[in-house]
Design a protein around this ligand. Structure first.
Ligand SMILES: Cc1cc2nc3c(=O)[nH]c(=O)nc-3n(C[C@H](O)[C@H](O)[C@H](O)COP(=O)(O)OP(=O)(O)OC[C@H]3O[C@@H](n4cnc5c(N)ncnc54)[C@H](O)[C@@H]3O)c2cc1C
Length: 404
């Protein structure tokens, strides 16, 4: 594959994580010729280090939930084409307190989220976890799960089978302007470019680097453990700690009360940004996490004490002390407070797209159609015959209106 000289395409995508691939696949769906430039020899970023959990039911009202619902359809469709299993086991968010149950009830009332409240007995029928101490749970039936170690690999392979699509691996992009993307020995000429560097945004040149107050990196500690007794856990498992982290929960009336109680009862967990998610890999092992530590550059050292806290929470939920750690790793995603979708326009026809919250697997495939539609609209406007009122060119770092 050509890695030097000039390459022509309709769309150039930078980054072969889930956000980049979502845009690349969407552009092919629209019949556009696409080239993806990825600096590594294979994807090793946030998209392979996560839980693979599409937590649709927990998204904020509005564009996040809309994107998540569309992304769910795309996962099911593309998963089928790519030979990637998309598990429809949903999520179980268990409640150990009455106030947590009340909060979950509010989420269950919104029919679009496909979630219902269940009693402790039913929890044990859906997943082999002890019912003792549980008041009930939210069973979010629309939530889906993929194997994160396979998902982008399979999507990239599917994409590369398409004659109108190319991925150039090992190509580091260091510049862009209207109609061109520059890498070490390569220039891509494309009227549309979508740059999706994920946590790699600080390495972009200054004119492309996205800026927003509070934009930083979030580092998470993750573990892979054996499944106790080789048991099967179809739904993703979460606890009341997750109620502090996702907008569908934080928007509920009783949230402040729940937060105050959890902060008082578990100050150490809250301080480390620990909440528990457990998902099962195809071979049976469990992915268990996570912690949240913010800062750019991210701290290089993983803290053993925090891993132990996460493991203790997992043991409590799964009802066993016998969890053997097989792997530990850290994952990093870009984070900024507020809107989780950050789309900047450094040049006409060029967008830098960042999901600045831990929801890229859930939402990226729903976000991509909006970003591309806006770019194509702007391109059509730019090439249309001159009209009496010319549309202003996109300004540097202008926020794209993806919401309406
Ligand atoms: C531990 C962890 C758990 C998570 N759990 C979940 C979850 O369960 N559900 C969920 O919805 N979300 C989850 N997330 C968030 C989700 O993983 C991210 O939102 C998503 O993967 C971001 O995708 P991305 O493509 O932007 O980034 P990445 O996957 O990091 O991809 C970016 C790519 O761009 C490439 N790149 C960067 N700069 C350049 C350059 N200059 N030239 C060429 N290539 C470049 C990089 O090499 C990389 O391959 C989690 C994140 C982490 C870290």
């Amino acid at each position: 594959m050509k890695r030097s000289g000039i390459v022509e395409a309709d769309v150039c995508v930078v980054g072969a994580g889930i956000v980049g691939l979502a845009h690349a696949l969407e552009a092919r769906r629209l019949g556009l010729e696409v080239v993806v430039l990825e600096r590594d020899a294979r994807a090793v970023g946030a998209s392979v280090r996560n839980f693979g959990h599409c937590f649709i039911s927990a998204m904020a009202d509005g564009e996040a939930l809309d994107y998540a619902l569309l992304a769910r359809r795309r996962w099911l469709e593309l998963g089928g084409q790519a030979g990637l299993e998309v598990h429809q086991g949903g999520s179980l968010v268990v409640a150990r307190h009455e106030d947590e149950l009340e909060l979950l009830e509010g989420v269950a009332r919104d029919e679009r989220r496909g979630a219902r409240l269940i009693g402790a007995g039913e929890v044990s029928r859906l997943a082999p976890i002890p019912a003792a101490g549980l008041r009930g749970a939210l069973h979010a039936t629309l939530d889906v799960r993929v194997d994160p170690r396979q998902a982008v690999v399979r999507l990239a392979a599917l994409f590369e089978q398409d004659p109108g699509a190319r991925i150039l691996w090992g190509v580091n992009v260091h510049g862009a302007g209207p109609g061109r993307i520059e890498a070490d020995r390569l220039v891509v000429r494309a009227p549309i470019a979508v740059i999706c560097p994920g946590p790699g945004y600080p390495t972009l040149p200054a004119d492309l680097r996205p800026e927003r107050h509070g934009l930083t990196l979030c580092r998470l500690q993750m573990l892979r453990v054996n499944a106790p007794g080789a048991r099967q856990y179809l739904p993703a498992l979460l606890t009341g700690l997750s109620l502090l982290r996702y907008p569908a929960f934080t928007a509920q009336a009783g949230f402040e009360r729940v937060r105050a109680r959890i902060e008082a009862e578990h100050p150490e967990l809250v301080a480390a940004g620990i909440h528990l998610i457990v998902t099962q890999l195809p071979g049976g092992d469990l992915i268990v996490g996570d912690t949240h530590d913010y800062g750019d550059p991210p701290a290089p050292f993983a803290c053993e004490r925090l891993d132990r806290l996460v493991l203790a929470e997992a043991s409590r939920l799964l009802g066993t002390e016998a969890l053997h750690v097989r792997e530990r790793w850290q994952g990093i995603y870009p984070y900024a407070p507020g809107d989780p979708f950050m789309v900047t326009a450094p040049y006409p026809g060029v967008r830098v797209v960042e999901v600045v919250s831990g929801v890229g697997m859930t939402t990226a495939m729903g976000l991509a159609p909006r970003v591309l539609a806006e770019l194509l609209k702007a391109k059509a406007g730019a090439t249309a015959p001159a009209s009496p009122v010319a549309a202003p060119p996109p300004s540097v770092a202008a926020r794209v209106d993806c919401g309406s």
